[in-house]
Ligand binder design. Structure first.
Ligand code: SF4
Length: 352
């Protein structure tokens, strides 16, 4: 491929994460009626903190509506966060002005879930992939960008001769490869993959995941991988955060999370995930009730309305994150002074 168009990163101290997120918060007002009266607030993301290591993949996992997609987009300021800090390349992204943010965009990109709606149907693949190169001054014109676009198409497994074709001429998997080519065109440092393989068939999903992992290796990329699919997490993640109703309930290195899921919600989530190895299959934990509305989340621990282990304090006090293993924390009162995972299935049986 052509030379790296990415300007050198500012020097980083050894061990410093690529991205540090502190207290990220995004609420959406709910407006109703002709006069657009304010009738409530959706607390989509509430006080979320994590770090992303260099050349690492952090999976943000949870059920639909847990705030993971909003969190991913707020990192890039595709939605404006209300509060919090996002430290990247020595800058706090939410405080950047329009010009500085535009300059920073070349270092951070996104791959969307639906490869069809994220590609302009009236533009050729050459225009779609080449546009960021022209916008950021890497190429003076679209025709100058063409050679690089051909390289990028080849790199993501597409024929360079497709450069003049339109999105509708491609399959779902090919369209996602086009989205990936566009995302890596400027050699970003980190990419938010927003349910990037969820819309794909299982066989194509594995190919695209492998492509993303190869690109990570080749370009030193870091990913924030937003997904509801635990098999994807197992395949691609180094670290995992589990979200429930806009908050992080558990944070862990991948192997630690799968070996000793600790939060009752994480245990229930993992128990519902398909497990090919019969020896590792977990007893299914079925939670009662639906996920409450993020417009009016429960007080205290937001999971208390569905938690089989909830006790009086849970509806009053918001639990802090308690460390249970190296890099592994859990937001649950039961882990005050305790590190061993609670066996939710048997504890619930004993209680009930
Ligand atoms: Fe369950 Fe209470 Fe722990 Fe929340 S704090 S997960 S309600 S036991």
């Amino acid at each position: 491929m052509s030379a790296d168009p990415r300007p050198a990163s500012p020097p980083a101290s050894p061990g410093e994460p690529l991205l540090r997120v502190e207290g990220l918060t995004k609420h959406f007002p709910v407006l109703r009626g002709f006069l657009r009266r304010h009738v409530g607030t959706v607390r989509a993301v509430d006080d979320v903190s994590f770090t992303l290591g260099r050349k690492k993949t952090l999976a943000v996992v949870g059920e639909s509506g847990c705030g993971k997609t909003t969190a991913g987009r707020a990192l890039l300021r595709l939605v404006e966060p209300d509060k919090g800090q996002v430290w990247f390349r020595g800058k706090d992204l939410p405080t950047l002005g329009a010009v500085e943010l535009q300059q920073m965009r070349r270092h951070m990109q996104i791959i969307f879930q639906d490869p069809f709606s994220s590609l302009n149907p009236r533009h050729t693949i050459g225009q779609i992939v080449g546009r960021p190169l022209v916008l950021h001054g890497v190429a003076a014109s679209m025709s100058e960008a063409e050679d690089r676009v051909r390289d990028l198409l080849a790199r993501v497994g597409l024929q360079p001769k497709y450069i003049s074709r339109y999105p509708h001429e491609f399959s779902g998997g090919q369209r996602q490869r086009i989205g990936i080519a566009r995302a890596i065109a400027l050699h970003p440092e980190f990419v938010v993959c927003d349910e990037a393989v969820s819309a794909l068939d299982v066989s194509v999903r594995a190919q695209v995941l492998n492509l993303l992992m190869d690109l990570q290796e080749e370009f030193g990329l870091s990913y924030v991988f937003v997904t509801h699919d635990l098999s994807v997490v197992r395949h691609i993640a180094d670290d995992v955060v589990v979200m429930y109703l806009g908050q992080i309930v558990e944070r862990a290195p991948r192997d630690s999370l799968f070996a000793r899921p600790s939060h009752p919600y994480t245990q229930a989530l993992l128990s519902a995930a398909p497990e090919p190895d019969p020896a590792k299959r977990r007893k299914r934990i079925v939670l009662s009730g639906d996920v409450p509305s993020p417009m009016n989340p429960p007080s205290g621990c937001r999971f208390h309305t569905r938690c089989p282990l909830a006790f009086a304090r849970c509806s009053v006090d918001t639990p802090a994150q308690h460390g249970v293993a190296d890099g592994h924390t859990v937001a649950c009162h039961l882990y005050e002074g305790r590190t061993e995972p609670i066996d939710l299935a048997s504890a619930a049986r004993a209680a009930g």
